[in-house]
Design a protein around this ligand. Structure first.
Ligand SMILES: [Zn+2]
Length: 114
C-alpha cells in the first residue's frame, strides 16, 4: 500500500509517549495485550517512572508515531504512582533524610542503611 509505514517493535520501544496535552507520560517498554471484560486489545506498555507499575496505552489511542508516540487523548498517571515514589525512598533512621532506594549509606549522615 502506498504511504504505508511499517513500524517494528524495535522502532517503538524506548520512544517517549506524549499525550494530547503535550505531557510526557513515559517511555515505551514493550507491547502488551490487555484483557478486560473478555475483550482482548493490543496496547503499549509504558514505563512511567522507577518503581512505578507501567501503564498500558491502547493502540487505538495512538494518533501518530514519529520521534515520539503521540496520543489522541489525555492520560492521567494515577496519583498512586507519586505515593509509590515516596514510599520507594529509604528514610534514614538517624537523621530522617530521604535516600534513593538503592542507597547503601545515608547521603546526609553516612549511616549504613539496610
Ligand atoms: Zn542519615
Amino acid at each position: 500500500m502506498q504511504g504505508e509505514k511499517v513500524i517494528s517493535r524495535d522502532d517503538i520501544i524506548g520512544k517517549l509517549v506524549v499525550d494530547s496535552e503535550a505531557s510526557i507520560i513515559g517511555r515505551v517498554k514493550d507491547f502488551a495485550i490487555t484483557l478486560e471484560k473478555g475483550e482482548v486489545r493490543a496496547a503499549l506498555l509504558v514505563e512511567v517512572g522507577k518503581g512505578i507499575k507501567p501503564i498500558t496505552v491502547e493502540l487505538s489511542s495512538i494518533k501518530n508515531i514519529r520521534d515520539v508516540v503521540l496520543l489522541s487523548k489525555q492520560v492521567t498517571v494515577e496519583k498512586k504512582s507519586e505515593e509509590a515514589i515516596k514510599q520507594s525512598y529509604m528514610i534514614c533512621p538517624k537523621c530522617g533524610s530521604k535516600n534513593p532506594p538503592y542507597a547503601k549509606y545515608c547521603v546526609n549522615c553516612g549511616l549504613k542503611l539496610e
